[in-house]
Design a protein around this ligand. Structure first.
Ligand code: ZN
Ligand code: ZN
Length: 394
């Protein structure tokens, strides 16, 4: 038994593999099963567990992966985006560095207690956060070295490919066969989900590939617990053009150029597939600006789901107040938020925009290949997945 961030976890009796499938809206699984692309999962659900859970807001990759491995919301672990504004230093910075992490991970604590633990990620940006102070194997597909390439037996994939995620699953199967970790955490990339809707042929191909690896993990005796960091929705109008609300342009018009600062926490070095457009933003206002007035004016714009002052938003969504601005803005299901039109390069979008970040991408699956004792009517979060897999197996 270990206790981390106020929650206790029983040691696994069989190897546990937790998979975070990036951008896995539950419909991807149901559509793939209906199309016959996931025969293993379909057959397994009769004896396993299928539940829906909420992810943390903002529904982005880093906050949710860190919530899953800490069992706690961003107010505890501190990671509330890929990118944030540090008002003390006066700079906008990536939040990939473990120095921003404020909590211990379940993985590191189990490793300290002598469990064999392994982490494999698609992109390297997550690896350092997930593996922080953790003894054990920890590598990314993106920067796989010669030893990892030999272990996995696949070439190093392109960072923009379905193969980047396949490499993660293949590594998991090989690690289970060779070093048999007690706990493995596998985290993919949402390259496919940004491009293809649930049920599309390319999406079903991805999930067919996943299904084959799940079958192999199961055959090797693993308890499999699959969840997602967030969902994914189309963010386009009837003509397929992105529905973008350019917040910086609006605020510049109201307050003067450059006086407000719009932060898009989706921002990262890999923006080709979403143009740095997501459904969550936070705004820093110049001193003396009436927050309530700007909240009211933004909320009146079409395409908004929620505009709320920063303090109230941090309480509601369990976010670190020192890393959020004066206002939190969440756009509706079919809309995204940008800074200025001139600052978003959409030429790399070779498919109609699909993205995430808002309340409309909060629903994610929790799927296990084992029956569990879940409380009826329980409001699960994706970061309950270790609790479910370690404490609630039937
Ligand atoms: Zn993600
Ligand atoms: Zn994404």
């Amino acid at each position: 038994m270990v206790t981390v961030n106020g929650r206790s976890y029983a040691a696994p009796r069989s190897p546990l593999v937790v998979l975070c499938i990036d951008g896995c809206e539950p419909d991807y699984l149901t559509c793939a099963m209906e199309a016959g692309a996931m025969p293993y999962l379909h057959a397994t659900l009769g004896r396993g567990t299928w539940a829906l859970a909420n992810c943390v807001i903002p529904s982005f990759t880093n906050p949710n992966n860190l919530s899953i491995v800490t069992g706690a919301p961003p107010s505890v672990h501190g990671i509330c985006g890929n990118y944030f504004y540090d008002p003390h230093a006066g700079v906008e910075v990536m939040m990939n560095d473990p120095k921003y992490l404020r909590a211990e991970t379940i993985l590191a604590r189990f490793a300290d207690q002598g469990a064999a633990v392994a982490v494999v990620t698609a992109k390297d940006k997550l690896r350092r956060l997930l593996g922080h102070e953790m003894k054990g194997a920890c590598f990314s597909a993106e920067t796989a070295d010669a030893d990892v390439l030999e272990l996995v037996g696949l070439p190093r994939p392109s960072v923009y490919s379905a193969a980047l995620s396949e490499f993660v699953f293949a590594a998991g199967v090989k690690l289970l066969a060779t070093s048999r970790p007690d706990i493995m955490y596998l985290s993919t990339t949402d390259y496919v989900q940004h491009k293809h809707a649930p049920g599309a042929a390319a999406a079903n191909d991805f999930y067919r590939m996943l299904d084959g690896y799940l079958r192999r993990l199961d055959a090797a005796g693993a308890v499999i617990a699959l969840t997602a960091d967030h969902g994914m929705n189309a963010k386009t109008d009837a003509a397929g053009r992105p529905n973008v609300i350019y917040l910086q342009d609006l605020l510049d018009g109201w307050l003067g150029a450059g006086r407000a600062r719009v932060i898009l926490p989706i921002t990262d070095p890999y923006v080709v597939h979403h143009g740095a457009l997501g459904s969550f933003a936070t705004v820093y206002l110049p001193d003396g600006t009436g927050v309530d007035d700007i909240v009211t004016r933004l909320a009146a714009r079409p395409g908004m789901e929620l505009v709320i002052d920063g303090a109230a938003g941090c309480r509601r969504f369990e976010l670190p107040a020192d890393r959020m601005g004066d206002i939190i803005v969440i756009s509706a299901r079919d809309s995204v938020l940008g800074t200025s039109a001139a600052r978003h390069d959409l030429t790399g979008l070779d498919a109609p925009l699909r993205s995430h970040g808002g309340l409309s991408e909060q629903r994610v699956p929790i799927v296990l290949n084992r029956p569990t004792r879940l409380d009826a009517g329980a409001h699960l979060r994706n970061f309950d997945v270790f609790d479910v897999a370690l404490n609630r197996l039937a």
